[in-house]
Design a protein around this ligand. Structure first.
Ligand code: F6R
Length: 261
C-alpha cells in the first residue's frame, strides 16, 4: 500500500510542500550514500522537487542519475529534448556531475539496442534508489502508455495523441512533438528501491485515482505502483479529488507514528 499524502493549501503551497517531502526522501538516501542513484522524471511536475533540493546544504556532486525517457527524432541539442531539459532543470540546478547523469539513447549507439544498453547501465550502477515519477492524463508513468506490459523494459514506444497534445505546450507547434520515444519500462521502474509519484491539478485526478485505487491493469500503467512495496504519492487537493479513501489517507498521514515523522 502506498503512503498517499494530500497536501493542503493553495496549489502553489501544495506543490512546494510536496517538493519538500520528496526532497526529504532524496536527502535521506544521499546522506546515507553520497553516490546514490536517482531516477529522474521530466515535465512540469517534478520542478518543485528540484528547487527544494537545490536550496538544501547537501552535496549532490557524486549522485548518479537516470532519466525515465527521451523523445526520438528531435535534432540534437533541441531545447525540449529530455537531455537538454535534464541538463537545464536537474544537472545545472542541483550541481550534479553531467558525466554521471544518463538519458535513454544518449550513448550514441544504435536506437534498436538503446533499451538494452540503458538497462545494462542502470544495472551496472546498482539500480535506482529513488525514482521520481509524474503521471500523464493517460495514466502513463515514464512514457508507458496504456497497454504497456508490467514486465516491460526500456524500449521504443509510440506516444498517444493525448500525450502529444499535452506536451505541445513545450513546442512551437503540436506537429513538432515527436511521435516516438525511448522509455524505461514498467518492469524497470518497479525495480527502483523506492518510488515517489507526484501529481498536481484536476486534470490528473482520474489518472491518480486509477493508479492508486483502480484495478491493477495495463490500461492504467500507473497502477503498477500498487505492486511496489515502497511508494509515496504526493498530491494537491485537486489531483486527489477522485480518491475514494482520501479521508483515510489524510487521517493516516496526520496521525502517522512518531518514528515515521
Ligand atoms: C516525464 C515522464 C512523464 C511525465 C508525465 C507528466 O519524464 O516520464 O511520465 O511525468 O507526462 O508530465 P507533467 O509533469 O508535465 O504533467
Amino acid at each position: 500500500m502506498a503512503e498517499v499524502v494530500i497536501l493542503p493549501g493553495t496549489p502553489d503551497e501544495a506543490k512546494a510542500a510536496a517538493g519538500e517531502l520528496a526532497a526529504d526522501a532524496i536527502e535521506r538516501v544521499v546522506r546515507a550514500r553520497p553516490d546514490a542513484v536517482l531516477g529522474l522524471a521530466t515535465g512540469s511536475t517534478p520542478l518543485p522537487v528540484w528547487s527544494a533540493l537545490a536550496s538544501r546544504p547537501l552535496d549532490l556532486s557524486r549522485v548518479r542519475g537516470f532519466a525515465l525517457d527521451e523523445y526520438i527524432g528531435l535534432p540534437s541539442g533541441h531545447p525540449e529534448s529530455y537531455r537538454a531539459v535534464i541538463t537545464r532543470e536537474v544537472v545545472d540546478t542541483l550541481g550534479l556531475d553531467p558525466a554521471l547523469v544518463h538519458v535513454p539513447g544518449d550513448d550514441g549507439g544504435p536506437i534498436e539496442t538503446a533499451g538494452e544498453r540503458y538497462e545494462a547501465a542502470i544495472a551496472a550502477a546498482g539500480g535506482v534508489d529513488v525514482q521520481v515519477l509524474g503521471i500523464g492524463r493517460t495514466g502513463h508513468i515514464g512514457f508507458n502508455e496504456p497497454g504497456s506490459s508490467f514486465a516491460s523494459r526500456t524500449r521504443v514506444k509510440t506516444l498517444t495523441a493525448a500525450t502529444r497534445a499535452d506536451n505541445a505546450r513545450f513546442f512551437s507547434s503540436p506537429d513538432e512533438v515527436p511521435r516516438h520515444c525511448l522509455t524505461q519500462g514498467l518492469g524497470t521502474i518497479l525495480e527502483a528501491r523506492a518510488l515517489v509519484l507526484l501529481a498536481f491539478g484536476e486534470a490528473k485526478a482520474d489518472a491518480v485515482a486509477g493508479a492508486v485505487e483502480g484495478p491493477v491493469s495495463a490500461s492504467v500503467p500507473g497502477s503498477a505502483i500498487q505492486l511496489h512495496p515502497e511508494v509515496t504519492v504526493l498530491l494537491d487537493e485537486a489531483a486527489a479529488s477522485k480518491l475514494r479513501f482520501a479521508d483515510y489517507y489524510r487521517d493516516a498521514w496526520d496521525n502517522r507514528p512518531d518514528w515515521a515523522r
